[in-house]
Design a protein around this ligand. Structure first.
Ligand SMILES: Nc1ncnc2c1ncn2[C@@H]1O[C@H](COP(=O)(O)OP(=O)(O)OP(=O)(O)O)[C@@H](O)[C@H]1O
Length: 246
């Protein structure tokens, strides 16, 4: 199987400090992958590189069956190529309803010209209903997004990203600030989304990572320290040392 995303020997230096130091990893399609690692390991910078926000000093970042270099593309070209990113803080349109938020995300997918001529058709209504049920907000379509709980806002934003049908979804600490029940539901959403696409999740909460039940990549000092099942990596003496700070 060829990887959907292949990062090879990437280096990034910030003011002389090597934040990413020979990072190599590959993500398949479909796949659910958790990326863990201590503070400063380079997890966020990895996502910044893939989305074009940070440009590496050297290395390769290759995308898709045509082996395009993401390093040659702008942030918006990368987004259009099918890479969506969910930041930690939810950014939904608070004054609009859940339905309107999802409708806007569907619109955005079609680009600026069709936005001007857009009217909600029966297909949109069906897709919005499908998305709402995927994120567990089917009963809340008419609610104002600003009235949702923190967890529900996070799900709505995931739904808005799914509306754009990305091939790769990058998610930064989705469980932060959530109740146990909300975490459980978030796990289900991410697992379901990863049945048909690649989903990469940065997460600190090991219990959450365990529930994701997927391949885990451990980053440390800007490179991959270990990779495999959570049980496999947490038995690795180097990983234990890094987490215990020895
Ligand atoms: N724009 C920047 N300028 C200078 N240093 C940076 C910049 N961005 C990140 N760094 C440094 O690079 C290293 C990696 O940071 P990064 O945020 O990727 O780590 P992380 O694994 O996401 O950490 P955390 O779990 O704390 O979010 C850190 O030491 C950080 O201080």
């Amino acid at each position: 199987m060829t990887a959907l995303l292949e990062v090879s020997d990437v280096h990034v230096t910030f003011d002389g400090f090597r934040a990413i130091n020979g990072l190599s990893l590959a993500i398949n399609e479909p796949e659910l992958r958790a990326v863990i690692g201590p503070n400063g390991a380079g997890k966020t910078t990895f996502m910044d590189i893939v989305t074009g926000k940070t440009r590496p000093d050297s290395g390769r970042v290759i995308w898709g069956e045509r082996s395009q270099s993401l390093l040659a593309m702008s942030e918006s070209q990368i987004a259009r190529a099918g890479i969506g990113r969910k930041f930690q803080k939810p950014t939904v349109f608070e004054e609009q309803s859940v339905r309107e938020n999802l409708a806007m995300a569907l619109k955005a997918r079609r680009g600026v010209f069709s936005v001007l001529a857009w009217r909600a058709g029966p297909q949109d209504a069906a897709r919005i209903a499908e998305l709402a049920s995927e994120i567990g907000l089917a009963e809340r379509l008419a609610h104002r997004a600003g009235d949702l709980s923190h967890g529900q806002k996070q799900w709505l934003e995931i739904g808005m990203l799914l509306a754009q049908d990305p091939r790769l979804l990058l998610v930064d600490e989705p469980a932060a600030g959530m109740t146990p029940a909300e975490r459980e539901h978030t796990t289900r959403i991410l697992k379901s989304a990863a049945r048909t696409r690649a989903v990469v999740v940065i997460e600190h909460d090991m219990e959450f990572v365990r529930r994701l039940d997927c391949r885990v990549t451990v980053l440390h000092e800007g490179r991959v320290l270990a990779e495999g099942s959570l049980d496999h990596v947490t038995r690795d003496a180097r990983v234990i040392d890094v987490y215990l700070g020895r």
